[in-house]
Design a protein around this ligand. Structure first.
Ligand code: NI
Length: 190
């Protein structure tokens, strides 16, 4: 089932998400719904708060990009209860977008290497390092679990320039071809 995506301004995107345990009800079904939602909106990653659940899960499927990015080959993963242990290297700028912030792409500065611990879909503990594009996607999705959005990391000037567009997104005044929950949409007209 495709779920609606929470838009910029939704309070769930600002919460620190909670850990889950193995008994979390219908976890498998929820993960399947996350994948369906991500594919439906042509995303490469999706975090649970983006489908209005404040729990520590994100998913990534980088395989559609494996022609441009060899490290993306076979990279389809579920991250349960992840923790970024450390990040390393001199920060690099890379363009980012977000399904919760449609139509906006900006260069964001982040360290190029990330050390992450998490549980996979079968609850096996994983301890891994990533770099390049995969590290970037992991950092972006992980931020969602901490209540952070990529626009928070922009310069004051860029934030000021984007203020109206961000406010419009929160009101539903944006062209988007997947279903969203707009926190400040005026009901009754669109
Ligand atoms: Ni995002």
């Amino acid at each position: 089932m495709v779920l609606p995506v929470t838009a910029y301004g939704h309070p769930v995107l600002r919460k620190v998400a909670k850990e889950i345990d193995k008994d979390y009800p219908r976890l498998d079904e929820f993960i399947e719904n996350m994948f369906e939602t991500m594919y439906h909106s042509d995303g490469i990653g999706l975090a649970a708060p983006q489908v209005n659940k404040s729990i520590r899960i994100f998913i990534i499927d980088a395989t559609p990009y494996q022609d441009e990015m060899p490290e993306a080959e076979g990279f389809k993963k579920v991250f349960l209860n992840p923790t970024i242990v450390e990040e390393e290297g001199d920060e690099k700028m890379m363009s980012e977008g977000c399904l919760s912030i449609p139509g906006i792409r900006e260069d964001v500065s982040r360290p190029p290497k990330v050390h992450i611990q998490y549980y996979d879909r079968d609850w096996n503990f994983r301890d891994e390092w990533y770099e390049g594009m995969l590290a970037r996607i992991i950092q972006h999705e992980y931020d969602h679990l901490e209540g952070t959005l990529f626009t928070d990391k922009l310069s004051t000037m860029r934030k000021t320039m984007l203020r109206t567009r961000l406010s419009n997104i929160s009101k539903g005044k944006v062209d988007v071809d997947y279903k969203m929950i707009f926190p400040f949409e005026k009901k009754g007209k669109k």
